[in-house]
Design a protein around this ligand. Structure first.
Ligand code: PLP
Length: 363
């Protein structure tokens, strides 16, 4: 696509397969793990109020939002950095700490923004294998080399829906050289209620090389606004504040974020809804004879492998669902071509998906 004698991007850029987001044109959209209940009404009100001040630049330091986050999660506001989605913070971390010749390590079915971010700075993405679709700490440690600059672990992971325990994460950190940044991407942490899990803030507080990335796009259901944050050791917060745009988070996003974080009842309801309908969906799909991969998040992988010929084709199933206006995510880019990832939606939506899957298998 590059013109002869035309501008040539830096090495690595043209190796990127551009990220393909979930499709939009359907009446049931379960392809992007957006919160099932939509945003808190309080966040919507705050967003609307922000319309009166559209001529003003946002607070570049996002002070009110950082304070709200710090209060809610028991963190030091000074070491929170907000971004236009956690995607921006992931990119900035890679840009700040890796370059040509360096390696960015992540796990086999890890989130695609890690290899995309690595290639965009000319670094090499390196994959460590998983065990049972779960991050394998020993495999990650075995793939660390003197060139490794960052290790990304989505915990729980998207798209597998699995997690590693706080103990395992600490073991991973303990095995890394001190110059390697461990980024714990806890985009789905709010859905968790497991005693052996930690989103990673304890490691951030104890070590200078651990970052926890969080998002408002999942349980807070503000994906449209692009809002994420990172909790960092002081040195890394300083680096991110140097490389980020001075006004990288819009005022409307900051206002909505503050309101969303304050609406704890809404988050509780969202979490309970998710657990209830995820377990219901898993049971129904299993009863249809399909395989599900158990998930602790707001999505589930449905696996068509082992079905009779024709019914073992995840893409055919996806097209069948799409024909009914139901959008779910294809998984070839994640190395899981026999699976579809289905986000947990409303009760009515989940019932329609089950009916459609049943009809696909019967057709
Ligand atoms: C959805 C997701 C994100 C981030 O989203 P933003 O909308 O950019 O905040 C980050 N990591 C994982 C693993 C995700 O699934």
């Amino acid at each position: 696509m590059t013109q002869p004698n035309g501008p040539v991007p830096r090495p690595g850029i043209l190796d990127i397969a551009a990220y393909v987001g979930g499709e939009h044109a359907g009446h049931i959209r379960l392809a992007s793990n957006e919160g099932a209940l939509g945003p808190s009404p309080k966040a919507v009100e705050a967003y609307q109020r922000a319309a009166a001040e559209l001529h003003r630049y946002p607070d570049g330091g996002a002070s009110a939002l950082r304070k709200a986050i710090a209060g809610r999660y028991g963190l030091d506001a000074e070491r929170i950095v907000c971004g236009a989605g956690s995607d921006e913070l992931i990119s900035l971390l890679i840009r700040a700490y890796a370059g040509p010749g360096d390696e960015v390590l992540y796990s086999q079915h890890g989130f695609l923004m890690y290899p995309i971010g690595a290639k965009s700075v000319g670094a090499t993405p390196v994959q460590a294998p998983e065990t049972n679709l779960t991050t394998d700490v020993d495999a990650l440690l075995a793939h660390v080399t003197p060139r490794t600059k960052l290790v990304f672990v989505a915990n729980p992971n998207n798209p597998t829906g699995t997690y590693i325990t706080a103990e395992e994460m600490a073991r991973l950190h303990a095995g890394l050289p001190s110059n390697v940044v461990l980024v714990i991407d806890a985009a789905y942490a709010e859905y968790m209620n497991h005693n052996d899990y930690s989103a990673g803030q304890d490691l951030v507080d104890r070590f200078p090389n651990v970052v926890m990335a969080r998002t408002f796009s999942k349980i807070y259901a503000l994906g449209s606004l692009r809002l994420g944050w990172a909790y960092c050791p002081a040195g890394i917060a300083d680096v991110l504040n140097r490389v980020r745009g001075p006004f990288n988070v819009s005022a409307a996003a900051q206002a909505a974020g503050v309101a969303a974080i304050g609406d704890t009842d809404f988050i509780e309801r969202s979490r309970a809804h998710n657990t209830q309908w995820r377990e219901w969906f898993a049971g129904e799909v299993t009863a249809l004879g399909l395989t599900i991969h158990p998930s602790v998040t707001n999505f589930i992988l449905v696996d068509f492998a082992g079905q009779t010929p024709g019914k073992d084709d995840a893409e055919a199933a996806r097209q069948f669902l799409k024909g009914r206006g139901i959008l779910v995510r294809q998984m070839p880019a994640y190395g899981l071509p026999s699976c579809l990832r289905v986000s947990i939606g409303t009760e009515a939506e989940m019932r329609e998906v089950v009916t459609a899957l049943k009809d696909f298998l019967a057709a």
